[in-house]
Every structure is written in structure tokens, then in C-alpha cells.
Design a protein around this ligand. Structure first.
Ligand code: SF4
Ligand code: SF4
Length: 177
């Protein structure tokens, strides 16, 4: 896949993907837990063929959170102190939803030529993205459909999930709620 074409491809799939969301809502051949297991298996298989170090699209759009251990590990890899890391690159966010350190800027300063300069020491939040392996996939479909525009792994997992569940895009056109 040409990663630069992803936004266009995902845009072309938008109506179909919303119809798939509706299909999933009423799908009862598998339980939600079985769909989770299938999504996790597809994620492992798709991610094995996609090289994040040649993509970096999520790093341009997200502000990952960093635990104390994340900060120590990342600071060490950057050869600076945790306090320098906080002062130069992080902000502390405390509101109704968050109480954590996170990256200050949306295009991460550690992304160079599509690759994280501290890839092996990246924060856990970066490792967990695109969060396909969290439970309750069927409850998180809006976020996932949105993520098809950013992450080629999500795009491909959704395409393969449609095939596995025998979703008929032709029959479902217009079935959007
Ligand atoms: S720390 Fe690395 S993996 Fe995380 S957002 Fe920044 S560039 Fe991407
Ligand atoms: S997680 Fe997705 S968007 Fe981020 S670098 Fe990997 S393939 Fe690209």
C-alpha cells in the first residue's frame, strides 16, 4: 500500500464502512468476544506486513501520553534528562478527562523521515496505537473508522474483517444510520 494514498482510499470507502458499522451492530453469528479475537488475529497478521518505521502517519496526528517510566526510557535514548524532556517537549494535562504528561505538539518532534528517532524506546501509548487489540471492538467502531484515514493497519484490518464476516458491500449500500 502507498501510505500517502491512504486518506484518498479511506475516503472512497467511507460510505461502505459506515454500512459495515451498521452490519456489525446487528451481526449475531459471533459474540462480541469472538469478534475481538478475530480482530486481534487479523491485526497480528496485517501488522506483520506493514512497516511502521516507513509510515509514521500517526506520529503526525497524535499527542501520546507518557508515564514516568516512558519519560525515563525516552530521555535516556535521547541522551537528555527526564526534566529536560518535560521542559522542552511535554506538557502536563489536568482536566476532566486527563491527568498526565503528554507530547506538546501534534507532529511529534521525534519523527524524522517517517521514523521515530527513538523507536525502540518509544512510549507505551505509541506502541499501543492503533488500539486494535483493546477489547470491545464493536463498541469502538466510530473511532476505528476514523482511524482508517490515518493508519494502514486499521484500514486493512477493516477490509479483511468485512471479508471474514461475509459483508456484502453491494447489498448494504445506503444502509447507513
Ligand atoms: S515518540 Fe516516536 S513513536 Fe511516539 S509519536 Fe513521537 S515519533 Fe511517533
Ligand atoms: S501504527 Fe499505523 S499509522 Fe502508526 S506508523 Fe504504524 S502503520 Fe503507520
Amino acid at each position: 500500500m502507498n501510505y500517502d494514498e491512504l486518506e484518498k482510499l479511506a475516503g472512497q470507502k467511507e460510505d461502505e464502512n459506515w454500512a459495515f458499522r451498521s452490519f456489525l451492530k446487528f451481526y449475531d453469528d459471533l459474540t462480541d468476544q469472538q469478534i475481538d479475537r478475530l480482530v486481534h488475529e487479523l491485526t497480528d497478521s496485517v501488522a506483520a506486513d506493514i512497516d511502521c518505521t516507513k509510515c509514521g502517519r500517526c506520529c503526525k496526528q497524535l499527542k501520546p501520553t507518557l508515564t514516568t517510566n516512558d519519560q525515563k526510557r525516552l530521555a535516556k535514548a535521547l541522551n537528555i534528562t527526564s526534566s529536560q524532556l518535560q521542559q522542552s517537549y511535554l506538557e502536563y494535562v489536568q482536566d476532566e478527562e486527563s491527568n498526565c504528561w503528554q507530547m506538546k505538539k501534534t507532529s511529534c518532534p521525534f519523527l524524522k523521515n517517517r521514523k521515530c528517532i527513538a523507536y525502540e524506546s518509544r512510549p507505551q501509548d505509541c506502541r499501543n496505537y492503533p488500539y486494535l487489540k483493546k477489547p470491545d471492538f464493536t463498541m469502538r467502531t466510530i473511532a476505528m473508522l476514523d482511524r482508517t484515514r490515518t493508519c494502514p493497519i486499521v484500514f486493512e484490518v477493516i477490509e479483511q474483517l468485512k471479508e471474514h464476516l461475509a459483508f456484502d458491500a453491494g447489498n448494504s449500500a445506503g444502509n447507513i444510520w
